[in-house]
Design a protein. Structure first.
Length: 169
């Protein structure tokens, strides 16, 4: 193995994510658990659809990396709104072909970047729309309602010790 290969392998396993205290790491998991449980419970008692799979990934960002630009409320809500809108629009207007969901994801990524509302979990939203066959009502329940609830719960939760600034200014 030459020196160049050894450097590449070392870089492959180098962690860019900064270390956090064990307390913060545990708090992150509890935050995700509490957030998803709260939204699921609220959906249950109101008989409303408030959860979708990408919200689990949103919780990873919001509770583990609350200072990331990608975790901010405007990105969470805006990213999910843009991506789901594109997914529904394409699902409703175009005949289903194998490449249409991929086009919807690519377009969602571009629009989130253009509007500076990138939220990586939202990239899955068009796939959820196509796999579930969802219509325009899905944009309000669960997308907008659920993403707003996630950000409110995160804002309250990050006020608990150890305190994290959320949202960032």
């Amino acid at each position: 193995m030459n020196n160049h290969s050894a450097i590449s392998i070392k870089r492959l396993f180098h962690r860019q994510q900064p270390r956090q205290s064990l307390t913060k790491n545990i708090k992150s998991g509890i935050g995700g658990l509490f957030c998803i449980a709260s939204i699921a419970w609220f959906g249950f008692i109101t008989d409303s659809l408030l959860l979708m799979a990408p919200f689990g990934a949103s919780c990873v960002l919001i509770f583990s990396l609350p200072n990331s630009p990608l975790s901010q409320p405007v990105n969470v809500i805006g990213g999910h709104l843009i991506s789901t809108f594109i997914g529904i629009l394409m699902f409703q207007l175009l005949p289903f072909e194998w490449w249409i969901p991929a086009l919807a994801v690519g377009l969602s990524i571009s629009l989130m970047a253009i509007f500076r509302l990138t939220h990586p979990p939202a990239g899955a939203d068009p796939l959820v729309v196509f796999m579930g066959g969802f219509g325009w009502d899905y944009l309000i329940f669960p997308v907008v309602t659920g993403s707003v609830l996630i950000t409110i719960i995160a804002w309250l939760f990050h006020k608990l010790p150890p305190v994290s600034e959320y949202p960032i200014e």
